[in-house]
Design a protein around this ligand. Sequence first.
Ligand SMILES: C[S@@+](CC[C@H](N)C(=O)[O-])C[C@H]1O[C@@H](n2cnc3c(N)ncnc32)[C@H](O)[C@@H]1O
Length: 336
Amino acid sequence: MKIISSIDLFAGVGGMRIALDKAIKKLGFKDNCKLYSEINIYCQQTYQANFPNTNLIEDLKTLKKSEIKKRIPDHDILLAGFPCQPFSKAGVSKRKSLDMKHGLEDKKQGDLFFNILDIINIKKPKAFLLENVQHLMNYDNGNILKLILKLLRNNYYVPEPEILDAKDFGLAQQRKRIFIVGFLDKNTDFIYPKPTFKKTIVSDFLDRYPKKKYIISNLLWKSHKKRRLRNEKANKGFGYKLSYPRDKYTRTISSRYFKDGGECLIYRGENKNPRMLSPREVFRLQGFPEKFKIPVSNTQAYQQAGNAVPINVVERICYNILKYLMTKNINYKKVA
Ligand SMILES: C[S@@+](CC[C@H](N)C(=O)[O-])C[C@H]1O[C@@H](n2cnc3c(N)ncnc32)[C@H](O)[C@@H]1O
């Protein structure tokens, strides 16, 4: 058996790692994640509960370029779901309204891409996988993505990125994300996975006995309906969305879901208030396994699940990355 090593940057609660480890095991290899980086203490709590004893760098920004060689271990595959707020539609309009910089010019979060780039160029993993919101494709007329690709392509083969949707990969949630893969070996013909179109419906992901506490109050239900009327009049979208258990998929569940559940309220019958999803249900809609531990408050758990990657999609991409590396006969460390 051989070991495939990785590092997990902007790790959140480890969605990318779960997906990679599943693909590694499917191919009969052993996984070894050597390090994760995550600044948020609640994410760290969840990460540690699920992956104890992984070395941590809290704030990747504090890692100086000159320290990368020493502090970042050698690894085969680099994973990074870098912060998406500076590129997301909501994030850009919020930053514009506050007269703040956005995109790569956002010094707090946007330019974190350059930290990833430095690590890639100095440590030279065999492959990397980056994930972000689909809006990155069109942000600043596509110029930011062009710049990102140009910089990555200096040392790596980077095929055109693809937007893949969780609902096409056996998850009952519409969630489009952009994926960027790169290979140190420039003589590559990588292909992204094709949708599986595995049929699922929302109820496949719901708790069998949902707790009463997730039913929204009369006051909140009234205010959702009021806001919807206001939005319709102003031609500003729909407001809340009722999801029926037999629906093929829900809307994208964001990290703001905890506020009022507007993106997805589960229908419970006529004249009954709908209910919010439980945190476990949101993790399920992202493809997290049942055994995944959630040691934090519901508010934190909703944010963590809403920020995570859809595991089914990432697992398929990782599988193709590994398959490709195997056909190239790239050597991995042998387990003693
Ligand atoms: C989009 S989320 C990644 C979610 C992850 N892919 C998952 O499946 O859970 C981005 C993460 O980057 C973290 N982050 C932001 N700035 C950071 C920094 N300077 N150093 C390390 N982590 C950071 C955030 O706390 C957040 O959890």
